[in-house]
Design a protein around this ligand. Sequence first.
Ligand SMILES: Cc1cc2nc3c(=O)[nH]c(=O)nc-3n(C[C@H](O)[C@H](O)[C@H](O)COP(=O)(O)OP(=O)(O)OC[C@H]3O[C@@H](n4cnc5c(N)ncnc54)[C@H](O)[C@@H]3O)c2cc1C
Length: 224
Amino acid sequence: MLKEGGFKKQIAGFNVERIGNAARSLALGRYAYERAREWAMQRKQFGRLLCEFQGLQWKFAEMKTKLDAGQLLLYRAAANADRGFPSAEETAIAKVFCNQSGFEVANEALQVMGGLGYSQEELVEYCVRRCRGWMIAGGSIEILKNRIAEGVCRAQLLAAAGKGVKREADRSQAGSRLPVSPKTELQAAQEIEDVLRVLSPRASKVLITRLASDGPNWRFPKLL
Ligand SMILES: Cc1cc2nc3c(=O)[nH]c(=O)nc-3n(C[C@H](O)[C@H](O)[C@H](O)COP(=O)(O)OP(=O)(O)OC[C@H]3O[C@@H](n4cnc5c(N)ncnc54)[C@H](O)[C@@H]3O)c2cc1C
């Protein structure tokens, strides 16, 4: 049983966890982007390198824009937590954007790599699959959008509901144990280390404890 104020504290802890989740999406998207970029600079079709086709250059421009924007939103949520936990709204915005962008970037990277990207010889298809899961885990995109919308039209919602807080969706133990890849783990570890640099000491502690409790799925020897 939670003591008085316990639910609020627990939810505040989820906001830190969501920052870790968003960082992972970004890491997977970034890994796929880098891999597709390398590929486009060596693969030739119709006598030209893939990176010479403007249609593909635009894909890379969009991918980079999404990754950079996601990183800034993530840093905003982490950096503003200097007096405690990150704000629920900023965290929700960062998670929605990073989850969607990570997935879209990984998906476009797969497209750029053609059949090779789809095959399991490369980690890019793994990144797409894994990003898909982060759009559901730790607060699905829809539920987080509800959270963001609460801030947008709070007064009206409060009046309509007669109370302030909506309940988080029930969390079930649905398939969280996908096999992991050391290469993308390294990218995720780097991404999370960057976030830890801007998180307050208290919030960092919560995030590290949460990562440790994820068990063998997430091992960060440098951090734990
Ligand atoms: C990769 C992965 C890892 C996970 N890890 C963990 C873990 O470590 N611990 C843990 O406890 N759980 C974990 N989960 C479970 C996760 O928290 C739940 O799957 C998630 O909360 C959604 O719940 P559900 O699957 O019951 O879907 P449902 O709640 O049935 O939702 C189904 C769909 O309806 C949407 N929806 C639901 N309510 C609303 C609404 N009010 N408005 C609009 N749309 C709505 C949802 O967004 C979703 O798209 C994990 C899931 C995944 C995929």
